[in-house]
Design a protein around this ligand. Structure first.
Ligand SMILES: [Mg+2]
Length: 119
């Protein structure tokens, strides 16, 4: 069981991921709507893992990933990507993201990715 911070600007996506994570016995300790919130909530909540959307207002997921990794390299971040975002996924992995999951989310794949990252 992991403490997870879910980051996505779309409420529906946060709800979907939260449901999947809870089915996998993980605890969603917080939800952030943009990269700036993600940085602050990572510092206050100290999650085991962050699911990070890429396209968000204020600050996108790539910028947030870089800033979080600069300060705390041990944070596990899994990127959430949509079709056609391969370049950004590669940039995220190069900057320390552990894995990525693709929308629309498949429950088994999401939970597999999270287990792989944590073990
Ligand atoms: Mg988005």
């Amino acid at each position: 069981m992991a403490k997870v911070l879910v980051v996505d600007d779309a409420k529906f996506m946060r709800m979907t991921l939260t449901n999947i994570l809870q089915k996998g016995n993980h605890e969603v300790v917080g939800e952030a709507e943009n990269g700036q919130e993600a940085i602050l909530m990572n510092e206050s909540l100290k999650p085991d893992l962050i699911t990070m959307d890429i396209t968000m207002p204020e600050m996108n997921g790539i910028e947030a990933l870089k800033k979080i990794k600069e300060k705390a390299d041990d944070v596990n971040i899994v990127m959430c990507s949509a079709m056609g975002q391969q370049k950004m996924v590669v940039e995220a992995i190069e900057n320390g993201a552990k894995d990525f999951i693709v929308k629309p989310f498949d429950e088994a794949r999401v939970l597999d990715a999270i287990d792989r990252v944590l073990n």
